[in-house]
Unconditional design. Sequence first.
Length: 147
Amino acid sequence: MDDLDRQLINRLQLGLPLVRQPWQQVAREVGSEPGEVLDRVHALLEDGVLTRFGPMFDIERLGGAFTLAALAVPETRFEAVAAQLNALPQVAHNYRREHRWNMWFVLACATAQELTATLSRIEALTGLAVLNLPKEQTYHVGLYFPV
């Protein structure tokens, strides 16, 4: 990773400018060309330096439903269960925690009914009870990790 990659990561954490040609503006801000900026973003995604680049939607305002959930997965089954969850299109994030409930994931579904069905499907697929932790209140946490 060079200085331009670091500048891009730092700049893009703040979002894309809401202008007709955002990549031109970002390129000007980091002293580059739009094509180079796009190539760098694609390379950072391909290399796994960036895991996701895209908009954040408020799924509830769009009529959908989401929840944070957890499983207590035996260590010997952890990778297999992770693969089962990662194969589901409704699983937005899946990560390990150092806790009895060691696999945490976010489900995002088109409807509340689909969310309930997906939670049941996960229990049937894995044979494990799902701890469902629906949102009670919304907080906005503006995270920024300078590189």
